[in-house]
Design a protein around this ligand. Sequence first.
Ligand code: 26V
Length: 802
Amino acid sequence: MSNFSSKEKFVESFKLAVSEQYGRDFEDTYPVERYVVLGEMIRDYAGIHWKETKNAIKKSHTKQLYYFSMEFLMGRLLTSNLMNLGLYDVVKDGLEECGLSINELEEMESDAGLGNGGLGRLAACFLDSLASLDLAGNGNCIRYRYGLFKQKIENFRQVELPDCWLKNGNVWEIWKPQHAVQVKFGGKIDAYMDYNGKFHMEYAPDFVVRAVPYDEPIVGYHTKTTNTLRLWDAEVDEDSVQSGNLSKYLNDVLALTTNVYPDDSTTDGKKLRLKQEYFFVCAGINQIIESHLRVYPSLDNLPEKVAIQLNDTHPVLVIPELMRVLMDDYNYDWDPAWDIVRRTVAYTNHTVMAEALEKWPQDMMRELLPRVYMIIEEIDRRFRYEIEHQGKGYLASQVGILKDNQVHMAHLAIVGSHSVNGVAKIHTQILIDDVMSAFAGLYPGRFNNKTNGVTHRRWLLYSNPQLARLIEDTIGDGFIKDPEQLTRLMVHVDDPRLQERFMQVKRERKEILAKYVKDTLNIDIDIDSIFDCQAKRLHAYKRQLLNIFHIMHLYLRMKKDPNFRIYPRTFFFSAKAAPSYALAKEIIKLINMVADKVNNDPEISRFMKVVFIPNYSVSVAEILLNAADVSEQISTAGKEASGTGNMKYMMNGALTLGTLDGANVEIVEQVGYDNAEIFGLHVEDINELRKENSYNVWNLYNNNANIREVIESLKNNTWSNDPNEFQQIYNDLMLRNDEFFVLADFEAYIYAQSLVQQMYEDRSRWARMMLVNIAKSGYFSSDRTIREYANEIWGLTPIPFD
Ligand code: 26V
């Protein structure tokens, strides 16, 4: 009988476990101690199915996926694990009997923020869907000691603090020192020939660490399937310290897993980033090979039993590393090894931003990874030979892997894999037509689209139980296992009673958010105002500037014209800027200074408030997104690969106010133009303006008073006493001609915002629109995305349990 078989049984085992672990009466233990024991009890319970999953895979020879990602933004796991295991109610009631509230224990958990943004959160959603669909899918990443920084706002500015997510330990992980592997860096390679004339490599590295795994169970929704997220820590390799170098060695080992890189960090520490990439790649490949050989006699059938997905280019070293192991350790010749690698590996691209496409200096790579670099040279040589042979040698300067003294990681990924996918239709099309067109010509069958998704369990069921209940009351609970059933709501969207009940649910969510804002920022907000939200990383291309400029414009206009008043609105922002991204930080400062001015103006603040919620993270998203009326998705067309926040808002019934970019395009495809507010330049318009070189920001400035006033207000002491406070923003727009077309879309945006207000004022129309959005959001469940990957790329079938 399990510890959770009844409330009584749970209370008894819980109290006993807390008391035994800490050697004190239950009543005398600390809240965090109770949280730790509860977590461990749940993890151990998950262990039963974890074992069965591993056994079932071994016995049935089911194919497995390994998702290699530098980032997993898991957030908290207590609620999600309890709900997926079907234990939530027993535990909640049991805790109540012990005088504890489950919500308080939930709050004790730190939010695991091992990632920057969308890419890392996508990886976490994928793990949830894989397990829930009974697919064998493992995550492979680094156990960073610190997550992405914690953000505080001081004096209107972003301040970064360390995110010590492990300070109370991590209840979900199991340390597995017996599975440690060596990872080698630097040093020298010697090649020698054996008696048969075959070449062998002898490698004398100058830095060796032990990669030690910590495994976390990934629990599927109401199913036995329990997969593994493996996080590698770096530990000292006792025999590998060169004499006299102990303290440097210890520091180098520690540095490897210190923190997640913020996405655009400077060249400093770049080498460390490359070390991190090889570290988790080498360890992960080693594990795959060992587990494979425990079941099968050779590696010949690796592609039939293992799929490896590369989440962006960060783990692309998988390709040369797997070649290295096959050739150097298992004696494969080049061609069969290459065939195995290519059939095993697939690559996902997540951005078209040139600055974000990874390239490494050849010298750095050669010095740090001499053997891997040799293999990359040979891959490049053979690839160039192949295109030459096809009469397309002229492409070499475009598609080469080694060129301009750099290693082009995306090129290596495309050449060394059997599938390259983008993350939304428009994004994939841009890869094919533009960014990767030469490759698409060479390998047309290799390119495909997999539109992103998000787990509707975390982002609808668990974070918005009020809405989940309303949906269940209306269409039953079939949508939980099969989210496309949400379309059954369509026959009810005109029902005034449902509309009213929905508006009531939305109001409850707005109250919860308003309370959080009051508690953390001491700002009072109007629950009946329109909640307008933009929450995402701060990047010029995401155009938080467009949003704040609109707010500045409204303020200036209301100040000037006492007859002009808007329907009350609260504008929420939440965004972290990379610590070295000065322009992004200046935008945060502008938002906070405008907020200060607006919120403290007694006349204007009756109509609008601006709230910057610090430290955007999974936990903040869980209370912010479901309270939104308006979802701001306003990137420059062509730049946002997909966006996934947009899907979370939609699922919770917010209207998308967006450009035709990323997954917004598919959101409108689902709901129709009547149920979304689309504005602004299209990709084609922007390409045309760029090609013709015909965009001139000064023409707009001179001909449009709204634009002129807002730009002038940056420098005329409206928001700050220092006229140079926003110099970078001004220069970026006016002296560097507004690379992201903020001012080009400004009028269209103001107009779109006025339409949003009109729509909101018709309560029944608004409610209907929200309901349509929810009804059509099933497509954006990551269950759909994962099914597509499983069928079209990985060739996975569900784990059979007997
Ligand atoms: C990084 C950088 C760094 C240099 C400055 C410009 C820039 C722009 C973007 C990035 C992000 C790179 C990868 C990434 O996180 N992509 C995000 O992936 C999400 C999941 O597929 C997707 O929804 C987002 O649209 C995409 O930005």
